[in-house]
Design a binder for this molecule. Structure first.
Ligand code: TRP
Length: 338
């Protein structure tokens, strides 16, 4: 007889910004893990479009990027039946709680955020208040769902730390209200580096398009980018200090095929970098092929997408409203009578 598991599954919340191209780095570093987490946890996923407008967007492109990102994440394997998957701006509680949390976040704390410092240097002509309070919106995203765990990359760790501080501060000022979230460190995942300068993270904003692979790149482009990947002057396929390019390719190949470093080294024993680069390119192409096919299908089907993101937003609204109501009541707002 099956034993029923009555224990509550842990809640995972994560989000990604719909700000253009989704790269192999986003996929292997984050999205691929999201997919596997769906069985073990109660996952909730969002497209953080409110965060995206901290940098100026062209309306038509922004709309298109958001819809494309939604379709692509479904194609990657987010199952909206299992995991509510919504567009942040559709769920009003996020902006509402973000305002409230702004009042429980110190200026000095926000000022210390390295992402704020980096982004305000990069967009010096538009250092807006939203860029500054970005972390309180992110805290709202997470705390509204009482998330236990948040998968985040290294660049978002500081924001998660701040989220924990805000949650603890609120809980001790009133009474336990928010679950204090932990970072989720994936068992497997790759920090994918640029194919042209493997000391830098792969980034879609790289002006050299050979530096990154987009999940929707054509097979011939993917193969070409891998063949041109910058490596060292050695020819032995093995991980080693200083062989950043090869280490990166081994990481990608391992993540895609599930092979260990030892297996990969054995497979390419006696072969050169050329063979290895081609093999990595081909493995990536084959892995992405079904995702690209599903994407092509979904993006044509606007009704289906609308149905998915509407249902996702309705589920998210129901969960997050419970938290927002509790918070407002504790602070002393008069409860709405309608
Ligand atoms: N700030 C994150 C990024 O740019 C995206 C994000 C928004 C997020 N809200 C979140 C990530 C909540 C995790 C949890 O990558």
């Amino acid at each position: 007889m099956e034993t029923e598991n009555t224990e509550r599954k842990k809640v995972i919340f994560s989000a990604i910004q719909p700000s253009g191209t989704i790269t192999l780095g986003n996929y292997l570093g984050a999205l691929k893990n999201w997919i596997t987490l769906q069985d073990e946890y109660d996952c909730i996923f969002a497209l953080a479009d409110l965060h995206t407008i901290t940098v100026r967007q062209t309306p038509a492109d922004f709309r298109r990027h958001t819809l494309e990102a939604y379709a692509l994440l479904l194609a990657c394997g987010i199952d909206p039946e299992k995991s509510p998957f919504f567009i942040q701006s559709h769920v009003n509680t996020h902006a509402q709680l973000a305002w409230i949390l702004n009042c429980y976040t110190q200026f000095g704390e926000l000022q210390r955020m390295t992402q704020f410092k980096d982004k305000s240097a990069k967009h010096a002509d538009n250092v807006n208040a939203g860029l500054f309070t970005y972390p309180s919106l992110m805290a709202a995203d997470i705390l509204l769902y009482q998330a236990d765990l948040v998968p985040v990359g290294a660049d978002q760790k500081q924001h998660l730390e701040l989220t924990r501080n805000i949650a603890e501060r609120f809980n001790s000022a009133y009474s336990p209200t928010f679950t204090v979230p932990d970072a989720y460190i994936p068992k497997q995942g790759a920090r994918v580096m640029s194919l042209q300068d493997p000391s830098k993270k792969m980034s879609k904003s790289d002006e050299n398009t050979n530096a990154y692979v987009a999940v929707l790149d054509k097979p011939e482009d993917i193969l070409r980018k891998f063949k041109r990947a910058v490596t060292d002057s050695d020819s032995h396929v093995c991980r080693a200090e200083g062989k950043d390019g090869i280490n990166n390719l081994i990481g990608i190949y391992s993540c895609i095929t599930g092979k260990t470093d030892e297996q990969i080294e054995a497979e390419f024993e006696g072969k050169g970098y050329g063979d290895f680069k081609t093999a990595v390119g081909e493995a990536v192409i084959e892995h992405l092929r079904p995702i690209q096919e599903r994407y092509a299908d979904y993006i044509k089907n606007k009704d289906f997408l609308e149905k998915c993101y509407t249902e996702g937003a309705q589920k998210a609204l129901a969960i997050s409203t419970r938290t927002l109501n509790k918070v407002m009541k504790k602070i002393g707002f008069i409860p709405k009578a309608f």
